[in-house]
Design a protein around this ligand. Structure first.
Ligand SMILES: NC(=O)c1ccc[n+]([C@@H]2O[C@H](COP(=O)([O-])OP(=O)(O)OC[C@H]3O[C@@H](n4cnc5c(N)ncnc54)[C@H](OP(=O)(O)O)[C@@H]3O)[C@@H](O)[C@H]2O)c1
Length: 329
């Protein structure tokens, strides 16, 4: 598979697979299927995988560790700290916590759960307004010096936080939401990271499934599906936002490409240091999404998507209000 370079020389497969959707790994019946899927992704050439302490909490990292045991040198594992998780019980107390002691403890836990002695890329999941960025970056710098972490990343941080952190410990990647229906990073964030030489790992590149064209007003999400809480997925919004899917389909038809492939190809067409981070629980979709690497959109088609999607008013916010407040986008 093609490779891409993020910041600080971190080279990874051009697409990344996110494990968040595998949920509380132990609670889901198909845990072994998810492990098989992760291994299939490696067989297909992917080497960049994303988890977090908070996914579960804890169980998701354990599943990822099990999936990659015996092939540690073939994969780049990214995980994240930053939520206020009780380090004894694993209870997510809500809110953020990036105090240095919490970071160090979370990393020890992540290493154990992942069954490894180093984390390739360690992200701060959300900026903690109570802890100076210099303290966070300094703590990660120490962890890098100790060999427990290879690269530092941030998620949904604003430009000022990125600059402050980067001055202490160079940042390799920013992981923030960016896609055809979430364009906020273009205003200030993308120019900042371009200037600083930081790569972008856009999460939810398929709009949490919406941009694939498989979701419409009649789609029913299961009771505990997070999308039930997202304003953009309210039935009226889903109906109004179909205009965006229609645009993506129009371009896709020219290439015989699916909407998911077009959404990923558009992101990869923006900058060579963008590595989309998608999620799927299905083998056929994994293969379909990897097929985006064979879709090179012409400049005209990139422009049509860029300009056309900006002209479509997206109904509903991308997160509930409380989550949006924690974001620096
Ligand atoms: N840093 C952060 O705060 C943050 C926040 C959110 C996510 N993330 C990371 O980003 C990863 C991806 O995010 P995401 O899952 O929200 O976004 P996504 O990739 O935009 O959407 C995933 C959804 O799309 C569906 N899907 C995937 N491929 C498809 C295809 N070809 N056709 C139709 N449907 C398809 C999946 O369903 P199936 O599973 O049924 O295929 C799933 O419901 C996560 O796993 C996580 O690692 C990070």
């Amino acid at each position: 598979m093609q490779k891409r370079k993020l910041g600080q020389g971190l080279e990874v497969s051009a697409l990344s697979l996110g494990c968040m959707g595998y949920g509380k790994a132990r609670d889901i019946p198909d845990r072994s299927e998810m492990i098989d899927l992760l291994r299939e992704a490696v067989d297909l050439g992917m080497d960049f995988f994303d988890t977090a302490e908070v996914y579960g909490p804890w169980t998701n990292e354990e599943m990822v560790g099990e999936a990659f045991s015996g092939m540690r040198d073939k994969v780049r594992i990214a995980t994240k700290f930053g939520w206020d998780i009780d380090q004894v019980t694993g209870e997510h107390r809500g809110g953020v916590n990036s105090r240095p002691a919490q970071i160090r403890s979370a990393v020890e836990g992540s290493l154990k759960r992942l069954g490894t002695d180093y984390i390739d890329l360690l992200y701060q999941h959300r900026v903690d307004p109570e802890v100076p960025m210099e303290d966070v970056a300094g703590t990660v710098k120490d962890l890098i010096a100790q060999g427990k972490v290879r690269y530092f990343g941030m998620s949904e941080a604003n430009a000022q936080s990125i600059r402050r952190a980067h001055a202490v410990q160079p940042v390799a990647a920013l992981q923030s939401e960016y896609s055809l229906w979430t364009r906020e990073p273009e205003a200030g964030i993308i120019p900042t990271i371009e200037e600083l030489g930081i790569g972008l790992v856009p999460f939810s590149p398929l709009g949490k499934g919406f941009l694939t064209g498989k979701i419409d007003v009649n789609t029913e999400f299961s009771e505990n599906d997070f999308r039930n809480q997202i304003p953009r997925f309210a039935p009226d919004a889903r109906e109004a936002n179909q205009a965006l899917v229609a645009l993506i389909c129009t371009v896709g038809e020219r290439y015989g490409a699916t909407p998911a492939q077009v959404a990923l190809a558009w992101l990869m067409g923006q900058k060579p240091w963008i590595v989309p981070l998608f999620g799927t629980r299905k083998s056929e979709r994994l293969q379909e999404n990897i097929g985006a690497l064979s879709v090179t959109l012409s400049q005209n088609d990139l422009d049509q998507l860029t300009i056309g999607s900006a002209a479509i008013r997206v109904e509903g916010t991308r997160y509930p209000e409380a989550m949006l407040r924690l974001s620096g986008l």
